[in-house]
Design a protein around this ligand. Structure first.
Ligand code: ADP
Length: 368
């Protein structure tokens, strides 16, 4: 079974085609950016789908979506009208993600009507988190009727890490998975199951994100609204001009921020320090939640490629059993154990593979 895995953003479309009869061997991959932007080659996600289908040697047997927010629908499910309607209802809190997925699901259904589609929600891996870590302190009917609670995201990535750790370090039962990339989250994994995660109702929360705020005091809204901004202005700024970009004023890309910091830019240094503090905050909290940490894992663009950041995160944690090997820590982008031989906790770089998880789940749903 060849599964086309679709990974969409509001202006991007990345895909891989994996052969699930050959252990997920990659048959094709591609990516399109700036969709629908001024001067862009493609006006809609549908246009991109036309190009992909023209270029593939044969149509896929199934399509798996790394879908983001289905509210009460979590896990991996066949796409139907009910799934699409529910994603629509949660589009207001996942504005960069749900609309392009809905558009792509409809376009694929029109262009390839006989090819089944499966939505693998990013919230799925976190269904095992206990209620005490899901609820917000809000009026109960918001929780019950509006579904306002913590869901957590990056489920495919954290699930991949949980699965991979079982293969390469089966003795590690308490794992802290740090997905640090364009958006970032940290998950505590006990015996392969998520028990806590840093993102909440929306992927805007938790750690500082590239250009999104992360955790924030809701009551600051009052002050902002009093400045004459509308709720829409505030939300747009929190979602596009916050995070690492907001603090540094340099860029939303860690590579640029790093360069600026090295050249003496104080705000760029502050953005990196604040990002590191956020990571250490969750690592500490999750060591307590797990009762220790057998393996600390770094993944995604920043986690896999930035030795200095990993070193800053692990600094002074010998008391907690974490000792980084400075030479091994210079590894970039490949799987490696980067702790010293006598470190009580193992520290790993594990490149994530979200597409493999989505393709596996797609196959499972269609075969069940
Ligand atoms: P996304 O979440 O959009 O899939 P990635 O996981 O690719 O993003 O992570 C993007 C982030 O990773 C960017 O901030 C970028 O600066 C950082 N990054 C990617 N590659 C490198 C690299 N080779 N060296 C340093 N940082 C990198």
């Amino acid at each position: 079974m060849n599964v086309l895995v679709a990974n969409l953003g509001s202006t991007s479309f990345k895909f891989k085609v994996l052969d699930m009869d050959k252990n997920g061997e990659q048959i094709a991959r591609g990516g399109y950016e700036r969709i629908g932007q001024p001067g862009a080659e493609y006006a809609t996600h549908g246009d991109v789908i036309d190009v992909i289908l023209r270029e593939l040697p044969k149509p896929p047997d199934a399509i798996g979506f790394k879908a983001v927010h289905g509210g009460p629908i979590s896990g991996a499910v066949k796409v139907d009208d009910h799934v699409i309607d529910t994603m629509q209802q949660f589009a207001d809190i996942a504005p960069a993600h749900n609309p392009p997925y809905i558009a792509a699901m409809k376009a694929f259904a029109q262009k390839l009507p006989s090819v089944p589609q499966v939505a693998c929600f990013e919230t799925a891996f976190h269904q095992t988190i206990p209620m005490s870590r899901q609820v917000y302190g809000v009026p109960w009917e918001w929780t019950e009727k509006l579904g306002i609670r913590r869901y957590g995201f990056h489920g495919a990535s954290h699930r991949f890490i949980a699965t991979r750790v079982k293969e390469i370090a089966p003795e590690a039962r308490k794992v802290i998975s740090c997905h640090l990339g364009g958006s970032s989250s940290i998950t505590a994994i006990q015996d392969g199951r998520s028990i806590a995660t840093s993102m909440g109702l929306t992927p805007q929360t938790g750690l500082l994100q590239n250009n999104r705020t992360g955790d924030f005091d809701t009551f600051a809204l009052l002050k902002l609204l009093k400045q004459g901004m509308t709720a829409g202005d505030v939300l747009s700024k929190l979602g596009k001009e916050g995070g690492l970009l907001g603090i540094s004023g340099v860029s939303n890309d860690m590579r640029d921020i790093d360069k600026a910091a090295a050249a003496g830019n104080e705000r760029a240094k502050l953005a990196i320090d604040a990002f590191v503090e956020g990571i250490r905050h969750y690592v500490g909290a999750y060591m307590v939640a797990l009762g220790g940490c057998d393996a600390l894992v770094f993944t995604a663009g920043i986690g896999e490629n930035q030795p200095a950041l990993r070193q800053a995160v692990c600094r002074g944690l010998e008391f907690a059993g974490i000792k980084l090997d400075e030479t091994k820590n210079n590894t970039r982008g490949t799987e490696a154990r980067i702790s010293t031989d006598d470190s009580k906790s193992q520290v790993w770089i594990i490149p994530t593979n979200e597409e493999l998880i989505v393709a596996r789940q797609t196959k499972e749903v269609l075969e069940s």
